[in-house]
Design a protein around this ligand. Structure first.
Ligand SMILES: *[C@@H]1O[C@H](CO)[C@@H](O)[C@H](O)[C@H]1NC(C)=O
Length: 125
């Protein structure tokens, strides 16, 4: 599925990756992936505020937030939302399936380079 969020991931993130400093505490845990089929398992369906995208690295599927947004969960709730550092492409916030991603990040104006308050889960790459 080719969504605006997927478009952002493939076009905007590489542009901003050069500006991204890698500063965050990695958190390792198994990641709950999403199902791109909206008629699939409801437990794996992304909220409409996110898009289920496949990463180009290990091919995991995650619910991608719009640039500059996170969920309303505490910043350290890395089960609900987390960032991933894509090599040379910067960061983005992703959520567990079903989590609403409608809260503006700190420094949201930095787009994909914002949201540094959300923890990194590099295992979700
Ligand atoms: C998140 O931070 C709060 C406040 O510091 C703490 O009470 C809570 O245990 C933390 N939660 C996790 C999942 O680390």
């Amino acid at each position: 599925m080719y969504t605006p969020a997927a478009l952002l991931l493939t076009t905007l993130l590489p542009l901003l990756g050069l500006l991204t400093p890698a500063i965050a505490t990695p958190v390792n845990a198994v990641c709950t992936q999403c199902d791109v089929n909206p008629l699939g398992n409801a437990d794996k369906t992304c909220d409409i505020t996110t898009s289920c995208v496949r990463t180009n690295y290990q091919g995991q599927y995650h619910c991608a937030c719009r640039a500059g947004y996170k969920s309303s969960a505490p910043n350290n709730d890395s089960e609900s939302h987390y960032r991933v550092n894509f090599p040379n492409e910067g960061f983005r916030v992703f959520t567990k399936p079903g989590v609403v991603c409608d809260t503006l990040c700190d420094k949201y104006w930095l787009g994909p380079d914002s949201c540094q308050e959300v923890l990194v889960r590099q295992a979700c790459l």
